[in-house]
Design a protein around this ligand. Structure first.
Ligand SMILES: C[S@@+](CC[C@H](N)C(=O)[O-])C[C@H]1O[C@@H](n2cnc3c(N)ncnc32)[C@H](O)[C@@H]1O
Length: 262
C-alpha cells in the first residue's frame, strides 16, 4: 500500500501538535498523526522527476507485448495513411491526455512518444489539456511538443495529414474534431475512444444525438489489445477515414454541455 502520509501513533488520547494534524480512524480506537515530513513528501514533482518517470514508462512500454500488438495492428492503417500523405510530414495533436504528473496520463503520453518515433510522425506534436500546469508544459516542451495556447475545444481544421491522439476524451471533443474536418476526413486519423460504442452508450436517437458527427463518421476502426493497467488504454481504437463525411442528421447538435469537456 502507498504511504498516505499518516502514521499510527497510539490508541486513546488525541493531541494536536504544532507540526501536524491528528485524525481518529472511525471506531478503531487508534489515532493517526500526519508528520511534517509526510507533508513535505507530498510536494508537486519537479519537471525533471516527471521527465524521468516518462522515460521509464516509455522503456517499459516498448518492451511489453501490448506495445508489439499495437504496432502490429496499426501497421497497415498507418502505412495507408503515410502513402496518402506522400511527401507531407504527419502532425500529431494530443487533446485530453491530462496532467503529465499523473500516472495514467504518463502511460498515455509515453505511448504517443513511442508511436511518433515508430511511425516517423515527423511533423509537429501539438498538445493541450486545460488541466496542464506549468510543470506539465515544461515536460511537454522537453519532449519537443508544442503546447497549444488557447482552448480550441476541438475546433481545429487541419491542412496537413494529422493524427489526433485523444485518449478517453469527452464525446463533444471528438464531435468537434470531426466537424472541423468533415469535408477532408481522409486527412486525419483519430486515436481515441471507440466510436462504435458511442451510438449505444449515448442512447440518443440519431436526430438529437449529442455527438451527431461521431455517429455519422464513415470510420474504420482498429481496436487496442488489453493493457496491464486496465483503465489506461481500454476502449481505444484507431479510426481511419477513406472518404469525406456525408450528410449529418442533427448537424446542429453536439453543442450541449459535456461534463468531460471544458
Ligand atoms: C476523462 S479525462 C481523460 C484523462 C486521461 N486521458 C485518462 O484517460 O485518464 C478527459 C480529459 O479531457 C480534458 N479536456 C477537457 N476539455 C478539453 C478541451 N477543451 N481540450 C482538450 N482536453 C480537454 C480533461 O481536462 C481531461 O483531462
Amino acid at each position: 500500500m502507498e504511504d498516505d502520509g499518516f502514521k499510527l501513533v497510539s490508541g486513546g488520547r488525541r493531541k494536536k501538535g504544532p507540526t501536524g494534524i491528528t485524525k481518529k480512524a472511525s471506531g478503531s480506537g487508534f489515532t493517526y498523526k500526519q508528520s511534517a515530513k509526510a507533508g513535505m513528501e507530498r510536494k508537486e514533482p519537479s519537471a525533471e522527476d516527471v521527465i524521468q518517470k516518462i522515460e521509464e514508462r516509455k522503456t517499459a512500454l516498448a518492451k511489453c507485448s501490448f506495445y508489439s500488438k499495437v504496432i502490429e495492428s496499426l501497421f497497415k492503417p498507418m502505412g495507408t495513411f503515410r502513402d496518402r500523405a506522400g511527401e507531407k510530414e504527419i502532425d500529431v495533436v494530443c487533446y485530453g491526455v491530462g496532467a503529465l504528473t499523473a500516472s495514467n496520463p504518463q502511460h498515455q503520453f509515453a505511448l504517443i512518444l513511442l508511436l511518433r518515433d515508430q511511425f516517423k510522425l515527423a511533423g509537429e506534436l501539438h498538445i493541450f489539456d486545460p488541466v496542464m500546469a506549468k510543470v506539465d508544459r515544461a515536460v511537454a516542451e522537453h519532449f519537443q511538443c508544442v503546447v497549444i495556447e488557447k482552448n480550441e475545444r476541438g475546433h481545429r481544421p487541419v491542412t496537413t495529414p494529422t493524427l489526433f491522439y485523444m485518449p478517453h476524451c469527452g464525446h463533444t471533443l471528438y464531435n468537434a474534431v470531426l466537424r472541423s474536418n468533415w469535408p477532408h476526413l481522409p486527412r486525419i486519423l483519430i486515436l481515441g475512444n471507440s466510436f462504435a460504442t458511442y451510438d449505444t452508450l449515448l442512447q440518443g436517437t440519431r436526430k438529437d444525438h449529442p455527438a451527431p458527427y461521431v455517429v455519422a463518421a464513415p470510420a474504420q476502426e482498429v481496436g487496442f489489445p488489453k493493457y496491464e493497467v486496465q483503465e489506461v488504454f481500454n476502449n481505444m481504437s484507431l479510426h481511419t477515414f477513406e472518404k469525406p463525411g456525408g450528410e449529418v442528421e442533427g448537424a446542429g447538435g453536439g453543442q450541449e454541455s459535456d461534463p468531460e469537456v471544458v
